[in-house]
Design a protein around this ligand. Structure first.
Ligand code: IFM
Length: 448
């Protein structure tokens, strides 16, 4: 059936990846180690001891991967730059080989008619900066500014869409409170200070990028957001849901759009709150050109006095469908969070910079029949369209992910790609969902 739910003619269709998850070539081209090299090489940190050493070998296979993007009909591709490829020791002179890799990638994307959306920080801090305190050290904000300035001057000619950070909440909580992501810290005080420095570096990065911007260039930030609901009717569950919402959504949205941290959370954190210097909040609230929204699932929470830091725990509602990551499939949550972000924060433009699902894929007679993923994306696109119809300024949609890749602590066991990767041979197979997405991009719409 032809598509009957059509998107605006200038709507962008893309897919997303991140450097450490796909590039491999961890010790090539002058790249220095990142905190994820250190973390993944530490026994017990990732499933099977998997690392990003080789990943999808995209560093070498990128021309082939651009060909696959063309097969999918993508007009946009979101990827991240590996900071330690550009600054192997965190500071000093940039590494020309690293810059050359991205210049080639960007130029070949443009030749293929694919617009690059470039993320500066998708979690791979140079280890050398971690050795000096990492994001807990305010000095890292300045290093990020230098990095952004280098990218703007050396790569800016071919890049018109920049994203400073990907999901600073994950860096904050998984990286510095729970310790399940690099660098593996476990301190609320540190985590909250890190969140402030991440936001400040976003402002610093925007300034650096804008200083070199060409007319029409856009700079934004990507947050992972979710509607949060109480599991039951009790006041305790309602309070837990409000604090959880403060933790994952408002702690990042409020400073960027309103120039302040949410009062209830500041009160809740008490002496664990961030050290803020005069002028910080004004800088963090420098207007963005767009907000990147990553959406995977809603969050249902109950009061749990034993859970830190907000006495709330996630529950999995019964009778629902779940992905291989244990995420509830809840497409209407995307509509809910988009309309809420529009109402509460009024961003001028929004891109869905990630949305997708992991399933247990298998190759059957040379094909990968991943109907659940196709359905997941289809249902979410219908909600995106619903939001557009109601005036949410949505400009594009990026599937997570282009390729199966290194899913952080889950290693290679979780597959999110539109394209299957057979890791031992590095063979790529476009999945059923990828072939279907090619129809979506061609028709600029989906069936109702
Ligand atoms: O793989 C990650 C990505 O790096 C950030 N957003 C969520 C994805 C799926 O878990």
């Amino acid at each position: 059936m032809p598509a009957d739910v059509l998107f605006p003619t200038d709507f962008r269709w893309g897919a997303a990846t991140a450097a450490y998850q796909i590039e491999g070539a961890h010790a090539e081209g002058g790249r220095g180690p990142s905190i994820w090299d250190t973390f993944s090489h530490t026994p017990g940190r990732t499933a099977n001891g998997d690392t990003g050493d080789v990943a999808c070998d995209h560093y070498h296979l990128y021309p082939q991967d651009i060909g696959l993007m063309r097969d999918l009909g993508l007009d946009s591709y979101r990827f991240s730059i590996s900071w330690p490829r550009i600054f192997p020791t965190g500071s000093g002179s940039p590494n020309q080989e690293g810059l050359d890799f991205y210049r080639r990638l960007i130029s070949e994307l443009r030749d293929a008619g694919i617009e690059p959306f470039v993320t500066l920080y998708h979690w791979d801090l140079p280890q050398a900066l971690q050795d000096r305190g990492g994001w807990a050290n305010r000095d890292t904000v300045g290093r990020f500014g230098e990095y952004a300035h280098t990218l703007a001057t050396r790569l800016g000619e071919g890049v018109h869409n920049w994203i400073t950070h990907n999901e600073p909440s994950v860096v904050t909580y998984l990286g510095h409170l729970l310790g399940t992501h690099a660098p593996g810290a476990r301190s609320l005080r540190t985590a909250i200070q890190v969140s402030h420095h991440l936001l400040l570096s976003h402002a610093e990065g925007m300034d650096a990028l804008r200083a070199e911007a060409r007319p029409g260039d856009q700079v934004g930030i990507t947050l992972v957001v979710a509607p949060v609901e109480p599991a039951g009717d009790s006041q305790a569950d309602a309070d837990a849901a409000r604090l959880w919402d403060g933790l994952v959504n408002r702690w990042f949205l409020d400073p960027i759009f309103h120039g302040r941290y949410p009062e209830d959370m500041v009160e809740h954190y008490g002496e664990n709150g961030p050290d803020i210097q005069p002028g910080d909040m004004e800088r963090i609230a420098t207007p963005v050109d767009f907000l990147g929204v990553n959406y995977y699932n809603r969050m249902v929470v109950r009061h749990d006095p034993a859970s830190s830091p907000v006495q709330a725990a996630l529950v999995q509602p019964t009778g629902r469908t779940y992905t291989a990551m244990g995420s509830e499939v809840y497409p209407e949550g995307l509509y809910q969070i988009l309309t809420r972000v529009r109402d509460d924060y009024s961003p001028g433009a929004i891109y869905i910079t990630e949305n997708g699902a992991a399933y247990e894929d298998a190759v059957v007679d040379g094909n990968v029949p991943d109907q659940p993923r196709q359905q997941y994306i289809h249902e979410h696109l219908l909600q995106v369209h619903r939001a557009i119809e109601e005036g949410v300024p949505l400009r594009g949609y990026f599937v997570w992910s282009l390729l199966d890749n290194f899913e952080w602590t889950y290693g290679y066991g979780k597959r999110f790609g539109l394209i299957y990767v057979d890791y031992p041979t590095q063979q790529r197979i476009i999945k059923q969902s990828g072939r279907w997405y090619a129809e979506v991009t061609r028709e600029n719409g989906v069936e109702s």
